[in-house]
Ligand binder design. Structure first.
Ligand code: SF4
Ligand SMILES: [Zn+2]
Length: 346
């Protein structure tokens, strides 16, 4: 059985819940960096017909496909979703707007070109928004689309965000089933750059079938490889999402999300090696069994320190971190290669 077939079989057993087509899947506020300064953010996940790749099987860790709509939202629905999201910006004076679709903003099956143009026009006219980031798979980044976006956005900065996950084509294919190559990513980044558009690369720490040590080595190597093509590198820590291939491994005791000590170590090595690249990580679900975790005593403090580093880019905020479980993590690094993928600790 191919990995894609295994993922598709799991997807076929899930039900997508009916939901209002004119409401975004999610909207939240946060903080990020712009030109070295902290800035507020508004993130919107548009509810669309969903990621074409995810619907065909797709990535082993991705549960976002279940956020999509059963029936494709109309153009009016999509624009109402934006209205509802901007309402949440309330009285914020300035914020960066991040657009996700649980797929690709530039896939015209998800967001028709006319709607895309209307959305960008609205954002360009909003003086509170100095920068827009839109997530997409690389195959949708073309000269035509970049030209259109920058033409509409004018002086508003624009960035594409791509879920590269790893620079290894083997891991991306056999562990994540991502369906594109590193060369596809570099082509997208170079196309964007020609139009003055920056690139953010998302990496994924510890996809299935990798030991803790292999996963760390993969990300350190991936930061080296992606840095020439990415202004910002954001390292996601794999968490166990519902209805995914990763969840099926986890339920059988064959997968554990990464240790937070691993990302601390990665940052300590990667940041000094790439001082001009913004390196970030937001440990989603940190401290929970499905999320990245150390022991109960230190997980939340370590996750907070990682978030603090992301906003300051100052690795000294990680210096004071310590806990008895560090010894256990070091033991895992020693032994994890010998367990044929089964987790040593839950
Ligand atoms: S991770 Fe991205 S590309 Fe992969 S299935 Fe999910 S939405 Fe699609
Ligand atoms: Zn601990």
């Amino acid at each position: 059985m191919t990995l894609n077939k295994a993922v598709a079989d799991i997807r076929a057993r899930q039900r997508i819940k009916p939901s209002a087509p004119d409401r975004p899947s999610a909207v939240w506020t946060g903080v990020d960096l712009l030109g070295g300064q902290e800035i507020k953010t508004l993130t919107i996940i548009f509810k669309t017909s969903g990621c074409w790749w995810g619907k065909a099987g797709g990535c082993t860790m991705c549960g976002y496909v279940y956020d999509s709509a059963i029936d494709p939202p109309s153009p009016e629905d999509l624009e109402t979703q934006l209205d509802r999201a901007l309402y949440k910006a309330g009285d914020m004076d300035e914020f960066m707007l991040k657009i996700f679709t649980s797929g690709s903003f530039f896939d015209e099956r998800e967001i028709p070109p006319q709607v895309r143009q209307n959305i960008l026009r609205r954002l360009a006219d909003d003086e509170r928004i100095p920068k827009v980031i839109a997530e997409t798979r690389p195959e949708f980044v073309t000269d035509e689309v970049m030209d259109e976006c920058t033409g509409i956005l004018g002086s508003t900065k624009f960035e594409i965000a791509v879920g590269l996950e790893t620079s290894s084509d083997i891991i991306r294919k056999d562990s994540i089933n991502k369906g594109f190559t590193f060369a596809d990513f570099t082509r997208a980044s170079e196309t964007a750059k020609k139009h003055g558009v920056t690139t953010k690369a998302y990496l994924m720490l510890k996809p299935p079938f990798l030991s803790e040590g292999e996963a760390m080595d993969d990300i350190i190597q991936s930061v080296d490889d992606a840095a020439p093509y990415a202004d910002t590198i954001s390292i996601n820590l794999c968490n166990v999402q519902k209805g995914t291939f990763v969840e099926s491994l986890w339920q059988k005791g064959q997968y554990r999300s990464p240790w937070l000590w691993s990302i601390v170590e990665i940052i300590k090595k990667a940041k000094p090696a790439h001082p001009d690249t913004v390196i970030m990580s937001d440990p989603v679900a940190a401290g929970s069994k499905r999320g990245p975790h150390n022991c109960k005593q230190c997980s939340y403090d370590v996750a907070d320190a990682i978030r603090k580093f992301s906003i300051t880019q100052d690795i000294s905020v990680l210096d004071e971190l310590t806990c008895e479980c560090m010894e256990l993590w070091k033991k895992v690094l020693e032994l994890d290669d010998l367990t044929y993928g089964s987790a040593i600790m839950d």
